[in-house]
Structure formats: C-alpha cells, structure tokens
Ligand binder design. Structure first.
Ligand SMILES: [Zn+2]
Length: 92
C-alpha cells in the first residue's frame, strides 16, 4: 500500500511539473519582463487552464439557451455532414 501511495505521489508530481512546463506561456506569462511566470500563477494554471468562462469563451449552451447554440467543433461536424450529403445527391 505504501508503494502505491508513493507512486501516485510521484505521478501527481510528474503531471504537475509537466503541466507547469506546458502552460508556462498561458495567461500572457512569459511575454515580457513584467509577465515573468511566477510559482503562484504556475500553480494556479495547472488546475485551471482557462483564464475566463465568459459568454464568449465558455460553453454556448450555458449562456445561449437555444437549440442552435453549438460549439465550434459541432458546427464543423454538421457542416462536413451537410457537404457530404450535398456532394452525394448531386449527379456526377
Ligand atoms: Zn472569455
């Protein structure tokens, strides 16, 4: 049991170190002398990568309660499906 907790601690430390390295330029950090990545902000960014969840950045179904509120990924999917359908219906 002790070995399992040691390895999970090591795994947690590995992932936090990995995320600190990967996200060191998030939130405008590292872009200038006044935005040097500090330990406090790097610690926050490993658990909350998104800087905000406003109506423009957040989930559209949360803020725009209509059936047409689709994510960009869903819009692309339906656009591709529509193009496939239209491409197949046209005689070639
Ligand atoms: Zn936003």
């Amino acid at each position: 049991m002790k070995q399992a907790s040691d390895s999970s601690r090591a795994l947690r430390r590995h992932h936090s170190c990995r995320l600190k390295k990967a996200r060191r330029l998030y939130w405008g950090m590292g872009t200038g002398v006044e935005n040097v990545p500090d330990d406090r902000r790097l610690g926050i960014v490993i658990s909350t990568a998104a800087l905000c969840s406003c109506h423009m950045c957040g989930n559209p179904r949360r803020y725009w309660k209509t059936k047409d509120a689709l994510t960009v990924q869903e819009q692309r999917l339906f656009q591709d499906l529509l193009q496939d359908i239209e491409g197949k219906s046209q005689p070639s």
